[in-house]
Each structure stands twice: as structure tokens, then as C-alpha cells.
Design a protein around this ligand. Structure first.
Ligand SMILES: [Zn+2]
Length: 263
């Protein structure tokens, strides 16, 4: 199989694909699109790993999403359990982990922080990068600033800030630490990230779908899937005013470098 693209953050491991994940996977693979299925808790992490072992070009991450660490039934991060999962060579990152002040009340900050730090420690131990989910409260960069401080103190590995929704200044702070930022299909129908994408060093960018969520134009309103990451690649090239082919090559290389994969 020859891979020309990679969707670095997708969820064929979630409920939305329980009936037909294999056909969604095959539509991507046939088109030369590799993918990384991202765990959001223990069960979905195990599922991501099962999917990763189903084919060449399919990878996994394991971890607990910050919104699952709190609430009525918080999921504890059992370090040993995740260490076993994460030691599998098909696991290319720890996460998605981080801080979410948008969907979760700020009272949960302490618990989110502890779970985040434990996952950073696992990443350090296994020398695997972090798949970061960071979302501030309405109109604020609060979660990004807190995450930057935590990463500076604890992280010995690099990582990617998935679904980046911060400002250019915040993006720059991550890039300066060697962390990358990824963008979804949102950039095909909204322009608030164009400035960041245009001015970013190309080495610091990735494309993702975050499927089944936020399908790009022309699939808006439908269930998203890894194949559609091609639209995100295309849009990044358009925004930067660069050749699609050179952007494609650069983004593929970026993912191979960060996630230590051979495609
Ligand atoms: Zn996700």
C-alpha cells in the first residue's frame, strides 16, 4: 500500500462507526489515506488498538479525554492498565489528554490536571508523543495557558495540539516548544484560523478530520470519515497559496516525524 495522506486524529473506534468501520477504513486506505484512531477512555482506547491491528496504515492512541475525567461517573486513569496498552508498537501517542474548560466546569480543574499530568508521565516513560485536547472557556485562552505551564513543567516528549482553536500568539508558544498544531474540516467553512495556518512554519502543521464530527465542505452535515482529510490538506494548501503536492508531502512527513511511523 502506498500512503499519500494521513488523518492524524480520527475516531473509527467510536459508536458512530460500530456498524461499518471496516468500509470507512477501506475507503481511506484505498485512496492512500492512513489514519490514527484516538482513544478517549479505556474502552475506546482498547478499541482503537484492535482497529490498528486490523491493517497496515492504521494506528492508535490511548488515553482519557479531559471531559471523561470528571462529572457523575469520572473514569480514573489507571496508570498500569494504560501502560500495558500504550506499550503496543501500534500505539503512536498518549491521549487525547489535556484540559477542557468549555464543556466541563472549572471546579473540575484539579482532577483534570492530575489526570493530564499522569498521562504526560506515561508518555515520558514510553517516549511517545502526546495527542492533546485543549479547549478554553468561552472567549478565553485559559486552558491553553494552563496547559502550556503544565507541559513546561512535566513533559519530556513532544506532541500535537489537536483541533487547535486558540490565537496565533498561543499557537506560537506551542511551536516554540516544538509542539505541533492540527486543523480539522472547520477550515473549509470558517476563516478564523486562516492567519495562523498561513503564517505557521509548515513543519508545525497537521491535518485531521476528528471524524465522525465536523465534516469538511462538500460533506457538511454528513458523518465525517478519514477519507475526507484530503479536503483539509487541499484547504491548507489554498490558504497558504502553495502547491497542493508540496503541502501534501510536508504534512505527511510531519506526521511520520512526530509519531515515529514509517509509511
Ligand atoms: Zn477527538
Amino acid at each position: 500500500m502506498e500512503f499519500r495522506y494521513i488523518d492524524i486524529h480520527t475516531h473509527l473506534n467510536l459508536e458512530a462507526f460500530s456498524e461499518d468501520w471496516e468500509s470507512a477504513r477501506d475507503r481511506a486506505l484505498t485512496a492512500g489515506v492512513a489514519c490514527i484512531n484516538v482513544g478517549t477512555g479505556k474502552t475506546t482506547s482498547e478499541r482503537a488498538l484492535t482497529l490498528a491491528h486490523s491493517s497496515q496504515g492504521v494506528f492508535a492512541t490511548v488515553g482519557i479525554h479531559p471531559t471523561h475525567t470528571t462529572g457523575d461517573e469520572p473514569e480514573p486513569f489507571v496508570y498500569e492498565d494504560f501502560r500495558v496498552l500504550a506499550s503496543d508498537p501500534k500505539v503512536v501517542a498518549i491521549g487525547e489528554c489535556g484540559l477542557d474548560y468549555f464543556r466541563v466546569s472549572k471546579d473540575s480543574k484539579k482532577l483534570q490536571e492530575e489526570t493530564f499530568i499522569a498521562q504526560i508521565q506515561l508518555a515520558n516513560e514510553l517516549e511517545k508523543p502526546l495527542m492533546l485536547h485543549i479547549r478554553g472557556s468561552e472567549g478565553s485562552m485559559d486552558a491553553y495557558e494552563d496547559a502550556l505551564a503544565i507541559l513546561k513543567t512535566h513533559a519530556k516528549v513532544l506532541g500535537n495540539v489537536h483541533f487547535f482553536a486558540g490565537s496565533y500568539d498561543v499557537a506560537k508558544k506551542f511551536w516554540e516548544m516544538g509542539l505541533t498544531t492540527s486543523f480539522t474540516g472547520v477550515i473549509t467553512f470558517a476563516n478564523q484560523y486562516d492567519g495562523i495556518i498561513k503564517n505557521a512554519p509548515i513543519e508545525m502543521l497537521h491535518a485531521e478530520t476528528d471524524a465522525p464530527y465536523v465534516a469538511p465542505v462538500p460533506y457538511r452535515g454528513k458523518r465525517n470519515e478519514p477519507l475526507y482529510v484530503k479536503e483539509v490538506y487541499k484547504r491548507i494548501a489554498e490558504i497558504r497559496g502553495e502547491e497542493e503536492e508540496s503541502v501534501r508531502e510536508a504534512l505527511l512527513k510531519n506526521a511520520m516525524r512526530l509519531f515515529q511511523i514509517d509509511l
